[in-house]
Design a protein around this ligand. Structure first.
Ligand SMILES: Cc1ncc(COP(=O)(O)O)c(C=O)c1O
Length: 390
């Protein structure tokens, strides 16, 4: 059997060899606690501060605006709940404005704000997943604590008009948070051009290990800490820092920013070839958000009269690893909340396969998926007929 191939980079990525090399010293000789004043501590502190500089530079922020977290989920929670708590402490409205196509980390954090006595406001999206900007303009008039709209959607790849959203929020003096976990390294993320207040990043989507992320916080007193302890990370996220993880993320962020433009071009070409090839073999395949700007690494498809789980199982048997939507909801029988928000019929959403591309994806990989896909679809459709589901 041929080597298995990976088409699930939006779920996670392999750790890049350069990143392993960068982090290894911090699992060895430079093991110190970065808060210790002795030489071991100073060596760890130097690595941590270098990582802050690398991440800041990669997105156009300042090093002291980089708060390390345990990943994208924690960064999202800190942004949404932390701003709500800060607003409450200032006697302001404890409301989070977001959209129904957001990642579960944002939706669940907005629900948590409601449980704390605040409000959540859900903005509608159109059939491509783009947020309704008129509704946003109305929502910010009531001065919520935060607007949180993701830069790139993890299921369908749609790119939100982040710059316009930043402008609307800026004029209303409402903090704007964006979950850039899927955007960073794939589309240009420059905070000097797009002045977001808060930005979530995750290491494992860009070739660093799982369990490290960052929230960029641009301004003082914008977020309240969610965990309490020592004064590390300006008191916003206390706890001894994950130095090796931070160093890994710094290295991965530097590489991702350096390679963004060329990788985006390469992935877009491969993604479009993949889409055309799949459509050639399965003419009624639906490609989501095809008519709007999408990140280059995500191809979300639904195949009528099939079942996504069965398609994924056959793809896996053929040595191809893909996903049904987002990895976090894999295994759940409900069709994706994102496709539901887009108005995709439930039956069609049931036959969804997300193919996501990354650093090691090659044309040969794309050709292999195109070659096996029509027969897999036929098999799943035949089975549906036998089971009386078609
Ligand atoms: C858009 C988006 N936000 C947040 C997350 C959560 O990040 P992490 O896995 O680092 O907690 C993910 C990962 O699936 C994601 O795709």
């Amino acid at each position: 059997m041929e080597d298995p191939i990976y088409f699930d980079y939006a779920a996670t990525t392999p750790v890049r060899p350069e990143v392993v090399d960068a982090m290894l010293p911090y699992l060895g000789a430079s093991f110190g606690n970065p808060s210790s004043p002795h030489r071991f501590g100073r060596s760890a502190r130097a690595g941590l501060e270098q990582a802050r500089r690398e991440i800041a530079e990669a997105v156009g922020a300042e090093p002291n605006q980089v708060i390390f977290t345990s990943g994208g989920t924690e960064a999202d929670n800190l942004a949404v709940i932390g701003t709500a708590l800060a607003a409450r402490n200032k006697g302001r409205r404890m409301a989070a404005v977001t959209a129904s196509t957001e990642h579960k980390a944002i939706l669940a954090a907005a629900h948590a704000v409601v449980h704390m006595g605040g409000e959540e406001v859900m903005l509608p999206t159109d059939g491509h997943g783009l947020v309704d900007l008129d509704a946003l303009a109305r929502a910010v008039e009531a001065r919520p604590a935060v607007v949180s709209i993701m830069w790139v959607n993890n299921e369908i790849g749609v790119v939100q008009p982040t710059q316009v959203i930043a402008q609307i929020c800026g004029e209303a003096e409402v903090p704007f948070h964006t979950d850039a976990v899927q955007a960073f390294g794939k589309v240009p993320v420059s905070l000097s051009e797009t002045p977001c207040t808060l930005v979530s990043l995750s290491g494992h989507k860009i070739g660093a290990p799982k369990g490290i992320g960052a929230l960029i916080v641009r301004g003082k007193g914008i977020v309240e800490a969610l965990v309490h302890g020592g004064g590390q990370q300006f008191g916003i996220r206390p706890g001894t820092e994950n130095v090796a993880g931070a160093v890994a993320m710094g290295c991965a962020a530097r590489l991702a920013a350096q390679e963004q433009a060329s990788e985006a071009g390469r992935l877009r070409e491969l993604r479009d070839e993949l889409a055309a090839g799949l459509r050639g073999g399965v003419p009624d395949i639906v490609i989501h958000a095809e008519k709007v700007e999408r990140a280059p690494h995500i191809l979300s498809t639904s195949v009528p009269r099939t079942d996504g789980q069965a398609l994924l199982m056959h793809l896996d048997l053929a040595g191809i690893a893909a996903s049904g939507g987002s990895a976090c909801t894999t295994g759940s029988v409900d069709p994706s909340h994102v496709l539901a928000a887009l108005g995709v019929p439930r039956d069609l959403a049931q036959g969804t396969v997300r193919l996501s591309l990354g650093h090691d994806t090659t044309r040969a990989h794309v050709e292999r998926v195109i070659a096996v896909f029509p027969a897999i679809v036929q098999k799943v459709r035949d089975l549906a007929v036998v089971l009386g589901r078609a």
